[in-house]
Design a binder for this molecule. Structure first.
Ligand code: S3P
Length: 189
């Protein structure tokens, strides 16, 4: 049976870093959905936003998630922070065989971790990063909650160096393993 783990959550929660570690632990492929999208589109996220607008990016994001979840191998996928905005994606993430893990953290903490890089055009504005993240947190939390099989507060794990992040990956692997065992027994939680 093909089983996917999809990490969702705001920018700065560490989806890609921890996703790589989880994939290694579970012996699965790791895919960064944004990187896959950029490769498929042949344009950077900044270019897509600037030339075609956010809605065009969201449409590509739907196509990308669809393609990744249709993959023939079990994978760990780090999604882009806005993947839950489109209802098509939320429907897909709720399907059996997909364990969706919501990485949560407070906006102030996330603002201290992220910088407005080109692949994050939503942060490239005059609005302070913490304000943008606060708004996104309010808008998106109900959507993340809707799709999440598992929720993990990453803040306590990220405070230090490598040890805590390893602890975070271990924690998520334990939760995913237990969740998938429930799915296999036919009692998805
Ligand atoms: C976005 C998050 C980014 C990227 C794009 C839009 C968002 O991904 O997909 O800039 O809407 O939150 P990360 O969450 O990996 O930074």
């Amino acid at each position: 049976m093909i089983r996917h783990v999809v990490l969702v959550g705001l920018m700065g929660t560490g989806k890609s870093t921890v996703g790589r570690r989880i994939a290694a632990r579970l012996d699965r492929d790791f895919i960064d959905a944004d990187e896959a999208l950029v490769e498929r589109a042949g344009r950077s996220i900044a270019e897509i936003f600037a030339e075609s607008g956010e809605e065009a990016f969201r449409a590509l994001e739907v196509e990308m998630l669809d393609a990744l979840l249709a993959g023939e191998r079990s994978t760990v996928i780090a999604s882009g922070g806005g993947v839950v905005l489109r209802s098509e994606n939320r429907t897909r993430l709720a399907e059996p065989g997909i364990t969706t893990v919501w990485l949560t953290a407070g906006p102030a903490f996330l603002a201290s971790r992220v910088s407005p890089k080109p692949h994050r055009p939503l942060l490239v504005s005059d609005e302070p990063t913490v304000d943008v993240l606060t708004r996104l947190h309010e808008e998106r939390s109900p959507l993340y909650a809707e799709v999440a099989d598992l929720t993990v507060d990453v803040e306590p794990f990220h405070r230090d160096d490598d040890g805590p992040r390893t602890a975070l990956a271990d924690r998520i692997v334990d939760l995913v393993t237990a969740h998938e065992a429930g799915i296999i027994e036919g009692t998805p939680s």
